[in-house]
Write a protein that binds this ligand. Structure first.
Ligand code: GRF
Length: 195
């Protein structure tokens, strides 16, 4: 049984979808939900689901990313995850932290990578006049939003879409894509899942 730690920063809707999928004959289970924000509502949602949670507030560490990550790593080493899922996690991780989990840390990004790495993906898709958008699950490497793609899901961009309406349509697909990719990844299956 693969042990999965999920890192969040906010609402944790992807965490909820992932957690809900790990049951029955699924080859993985959640062992920890960790957030860099003690006020993340996703922590309450994880607690309600009976999942172990921890908050490591990044703010006391200021610009010392490595010190924050050392504190986070201490909790992860106790949980002994086989796989880490970044799910709405909004901190850039140092190469050292990424290397510690190379090949077993996943992230979901709300664009069809390699288009629009970074922030404000929906605004950028709309500004470009794209007719489709979507989300990507990829392995995390030291370069932001750049690792091997494990899965993608597409949505149409509709006339009159705003960043909010497009984000909501993409988020629904994230909740389908991430659990499906994690299940394959945990089972040792390879290849890109296109939903
Ligand atoms: C959403 O914008 C999602 O596209 C991205 O992170 C944000 C929050 O997701 N992955 P969640 O609800 O906290 O999972």
């Amino acid at each position: 049984m693969k042990r999965v730690a999920i890192l969040i920063s906010g609402g944790g809707s992807n965490m909820v979808a992932l957690a809900a999928s790990m049951k029955g004959d699924h080859p993985a289970r959640v062992v920890l939900v960790a957030s860099n924000d003690p006020g993340a509502t996703g922590l309450e949602r994880a607690h309600t689901l009976g999942l172990p949670t921890v908050a490591v507030d990044h703010r006391p560490y200021g610009q010392n990313r490595a010190a924050f990550e050392d504190a986070l790593m201490a909790h992860l080493l106790m949980a002994k995850p086989d796989i880490i899922c970044l799910a709405g996690f909004m901190r850039v991780l140092t190469p050292a932290f990424v290397e510690a989990f190379r090949g077993r840390m996943l992230n979901i990004h709300p664009s069809l990578l390699p288009k629009y790495p970074g922030l404000h993906t929906h605004e950028r898709a709309l500004a470009a006049g794209d007719t489709e958008a979507g989300c990507t699950v990829h392995e995390v490497t030291p370069v932001l939003d750049d690792g091997p793609i494990l899965g993608q899901a597409r949505v149409p961009v509709l006339p009159g879409d705003t960043a909010a309406t497009l984000a909501a349509r993409v988020l629904t697909r994230e909740h389908q894509l991430y659990p499906a990719v994690l299940r394959r990844f945990a089972a040792g299956e390879r290849g890109i899942l296109m939903l």
